[in-house]
Write a protein that binds this ligand. Structure first.
Ligand code: ADP
Length: 192
């Protein structure tokens, strides 16, 4: 059975790691908007240059740009078997756009997984990641800005998904394998 899922969670919640593990378990692709932007930045193309001017400050890339990119990606053949969207949608406009894209493909979301963790844990994980990955947007200012945008624009989206009966919330604190099991259990509920 193909599953179409969104994974949400603040920076440092382990969302990217868990999206990859879950995708492997379900045999579906992961679509990470952050990863797509980073590959364009590495290529130094026009989209990459534009994205970099926002990501380096921890700001969102404009919706028109992000929406068009996601629309294009979701039309690719490998997505037909299902997907996990990581990093999208991040605001109300993107929620509407995603519904519209899926409707035009004759499908819809099956579930939204929200990963939670307390702020202390998030900041500790971000500090560790900054040291290891050396991402340009892992400066103290850009991290703070991203956490603020998450709290202001992204976290409130869970209420609308909950109202639609799509939301499952999973505690993201603990070992990677332990959290992965919790997510798998939550997804089994979505499938049945
Ligand atoms: P993080 O969750 O740590 O912020 P991501 O890899 O998800 O990392 O995103 C990195 C950056 O890419 C974001 O700060 C933003 O600039 C850009 N980005 C990713 N997804 C979106 C999106 N859905 N809308 C706008 N900008 C995005």
């Amino acid at each position: 059975m193909s599953l179409r899922l969104v994974i949400m969670g603040p920076q440092g919640s382990g969302k990217g790691t868990q999206a990859a593990l879950l995708a492997e378990r379900l045999g579906v692709v992961t679509i990470s908007t952050g990863d797509i932007f980073r590959s364009h930045m590495a290529a130094g193309d026009e989209l990459g240059t534009l994205a970099q001017s926002y990501t380096s400050r921890g700001e969102l890339v404009p919706d028109e740009v992000t929406n068009a990119m996601v629309r294009q990606r979701l039309a690719e053949p490998d997505v037909a078997e299902g997907f996990i969207l990581d990093g999208y949608p991040r605001n109300c406009t993107q929620v509407d756009e995603l519904d519209d894209i899926l409707a035009s493909l004759g499908t819809r979301l099956d579930g939204v997984i929200e990963l939670t963790a307390d702020r202390g844990e998030l900041l500790a994980r971000m500090a560790r990641r900054a040291a290891i990955e050396q991402r340009e947007d892992d400066t103290e200012d850009a991290i703070a800005r991203r956490l603020d945008i998450y709290a202001e624009q992204t976290a409130p989206l869970t209420a609308s998904y909950a109202a639609r009966g799509l939301l499952v919330t999973v505690e993201g604190t603990g070992e990677i394998a332990e959290v992965a099991e919790r997510i798998a259990t939550a997804v089994a509920g979505v499938r049945s």
